[in-house]
Ligand binder design. Structure first.
Ligand code: NAP
Length: 193
């Protein structure tokens, strides 16, 4: 039988029941596999993409009745800043827990959505499409969700190869923040000084 990615990564015994993960671009490909893995570990997975039909299929696959994982789909076009802001709002709604000390928080953010779009088109902001979808929108989303990420115990994974190289495995220690988080914090602090 084929080994699951979480077993290959050596985290197959982790339990993520009660944890919430947002996996951007999880209607297909790598993101879909990440969503299924997190679901098998018991997490509540926010499945994201533009294709609602594909999103529903992933939600069904997470909630296949075999594992404890649950899921919901949120659509957002990463070429549209308002849609990215709405995804952050929907994520906040999903993790809200009035009984929790912190009001509820996001435990895992996987910045995966993107691709290589060769058409050379621009988004409505006038930004080159691939750069906007692959870099600006994940940055916007991460900044928007910074205050909602579990304070001392969260993972942010990125589609960025340099980050992946530096983190060496999907088991990035909780204390290791990626470059998006670091630069988001730096720009937040320079804005306030
Ligand atoms: N596969 C590789 O060899 C490779 C190599 C280097 C980097 N990467 C990066 O790794 C990530 C996943 O790759 P993959 O091969 O799994 O890609 P994929 O199968 O094409 O999946 C891409 C995901 O991103 C979403 N997406 C694309 N454009 C979007 C947009 N404008 N707004 C919102 N969501 C959007 C898609 O959702 P919808 O279709 O539902 O919108 C889909 O869920 C990508 O960021 C890719 O650039 C992949």
């Amino acid at each position: 039988m084929r080994e699951h990615p979480e077993d290959v990564a050596g985290v197959g015994d982790e339990r993520l029941v009660g944890r919430t993960a947002l996996v951007t671009g999880s209607t297909s490909g790598i993101g879909r596999e990440v969503a299924l893995s997190l679901g098998r570990l018991g997490a509540h997975v926010i499945v994201h993409g533009r294709d609602a039909e594909a999103g529903a299929e992933v939600v069904d696959a997470v909630e296949d009745g075999v594992n404890e994982g649950t899921a919901e789909f949120v659509a957002a076009d990463f070429a549209d800043p308002e849609a990215v802001a709405a995804l952050a709002d929907a994520t906040r709604d999903a993790v809200r827990d009035d009984d929790a000390d912190d009001g509820g928080s996001l435990d895992i953010l996987v910045n995966n959505a993107g691709g290589y779009f060769r058409e050379g088109r621009l988004t409505d902001l006038g930004v080159e499409y691939t750069f906007h979808v692959n870099h600006l929108s994940p940055y916007q989303l991460t900044v928007d969700l910074l205050d909602d990420l579990a304070a001392d115990d969260f993972h942010v994974l990125a589609r960025d190869r340099e980050f992946e190289r530096r983190s060496r495995s999907v088991r990035a220690p909780c204390s290791r923040r990626n470059s998006s988080i670091r630069s988001a914090r730096e720009s937040a602090s320079s804005r306030s000084t």
